[in-house]
Each structure stands twice: as structure tokens, then as C-alpha cells.
Design a protein around this ligand. Sequence first.
Ligand code: PRT
Ligand code: ZN
Length: 284
Amino acid sequence: MITLAIQKSGRLSEKTIILLQECGIDFNDLTKGSLKIMATNFPLNLLLMRDDDIPECIANNIAHIGIVGENTLIEKGFDLEITKRLGYAKCRLCLAVPKKSEILTLEDLNGKKIATSYPSILKSFLQKENINSEIHVISGSVEIAPSIGLADAIFDIVSSGSTLIINGLKELHTVMKSEALLIQSKNITDTEQNLIDRLVFRIQAVRQAKHNKYIVLNAPNKSLEEICSILPGMKSPTITPLVTKGWSSLYSVIEEDTFWENIDRLKKAGAEGILVLPIEKMIM
Ligand code: PRT
Ligand code: ZN
């Protein structure tokens, strides 16, 4: 049995539960508000808690693994392992200043007051850059600190950037990028590691599938060589002849990132009747 600590409610929780469900792991009483829930079809216990407490909980062997933002992991400073980057809850930790501020460069932060909920990350950054600022720790609503005279700048999470704009702030510098991470304790037995590996294998299959699409198309046989070079697929495409003489149907996998660019190339190469379908799981 392994114990996975996840955020009870917040920006990480919904996507984390969806990911576990996509991995085929079911929970009976998810909606009942319990803080400890057992999976019905995988040897896994869920612990639901504030994201800030997850790294410590793993460091103290209360949970074996956890899902947490990289920002929280680094800020808390516990010596834990990153098992897998999960690619959601993407954001960045930025220094920002009021739009009309006299602070234009990092050096201008010398002698200034910066409000943040991430003092540890900020302190290391300022030290590395040789900047001497005063760090003012606040636990929430960091972005209003300059307008109420509490600080000259802020250091906070930015995602779309709209919170900065609404509060009359502009980005000065990105200090780090963050995404959800699966993290684990360094005290794991072989049996526990085996279960973690099984979970990671499933996560990988779900994530791979999201990055790829299944593609079916028809093409004249003379174009097949060129089309195969555009669509290498998992090993190589499957080709079956059509009833129409000189034509074949081709099945392959295409990466989401290169999708539109490759569709144009496929059309130019003579592909027709292109169908693109989502993939549920992908095991390499
Ligand atoms: O209650 P608990 O302590 O568990 O939750 P929390 O309030 O500390 O965290 P929560 O749920 O807000 O965020 C959890 C994690 O999601 C963070 O630690 C990040 O890793 C990640 N994440 C991703 C974000 C954002 N995007 C985000 N936009 N965390 C916070 N924000 C906030 C930010 O603080 C700012 O107020 O959203 C605002 C900025 O958003 P934009 O889109 O306007 O730029
Ligand atoms: Zn938190």
C-alpha cells in the first residue's frame, strides 16, 4: 500500500483527481469530504491536505508520494525526489512592480521592500544576483501590497498575468517556472517503489496519449513514401490498400505540438479524407 498526499481543494486538486481517474484508479467516497480515502482498485491511500503541508508530510514519512507545485516544493526546501513532471498547473514566480515605478531593472530593487509568500526562493535569488532588498512576508493577496504602501515590489505566482494588470503592476523578471510534480520520499521500500512505478507507468500512458492523436488518411500510392516520412508513428504507419486502384489508407500517430504544420505538409503530399481522433492511453 502507498499513500499519496494531494491538495484538498485548490488549483491542483481537480486536475489531480482527473489524472488519477484517467489512470483507472477509483475512489468510493471522494465527495464525502473525508481527509483519508482508499482507492477501490489500486493499493493506494489518498491524503487530502493543504498543498503547503505536502512536502513536510512526505519528508516525515506520513505519505510516500505527493502531488504539489514545484514552487511549493522548492520553497519548503525538503530533500525529496521528483518522480515525474505532470505538466499541469503551469505558472511562474515573478518579480513585479507598479506600472509607473522607478524600479526598471533588478539592480533598482536594492534597498527596496518586496512582498511575497515565497521568502525562501526570493532570498536565494536576491543573494545570487547580489541584490539587497527587504523581504516582507505576507500569506495572501500579495498583489495589493504596493498599492497600500506595504511594499515597492512583489514576488508572486503569475499565470495569465491578468491579476498583475488588474492591480496596476507589470512584470520585472521571471525567477522560476513551475508545474505540478509527483514527488516522493527518499525512504521507500522496494515493494512501495514497485507500486510507485506502476502508478508512474499509468501516468505516462495518459500523458503520452494527451500529446498525440491518432490519424487516418487516404493517399495515392505514389505519395506513401513522403507521407510515411512525415508520419513516423510509434514504429511505422499501418498501410492497407483501398478498393480504389492505386490508393491506400494509412493509420498512424501524430504529435499534438506539430499537428497543424504536419497536416499542411500531408495535404501538399496528396493526403485526402484525413481523420484525427483522440487517444485514450498510449503505451510505448
Ligand atoms: O489552500 P491551499 O494552501 O491548499 O492552496 P493555495 O491557496 O496555497 O494554492 P492554490 O490552490 O491557489 O494553488 C496551488 C498551486 O497551483 C500553486 O502552488 C501553483 O503551483 C499552482 N498555480 C498555477 C497557481 C496559479 N497557477 C495561479 N495563477 N497558484 C496560484 N495562482 C494565483 C496567484 O497567486 C495570483 O494570485 O493566481 C493569481 C495569478 O493568476 P493570473 O492568471 O491572474 O496571472
Ligand atoms: Zn497553499
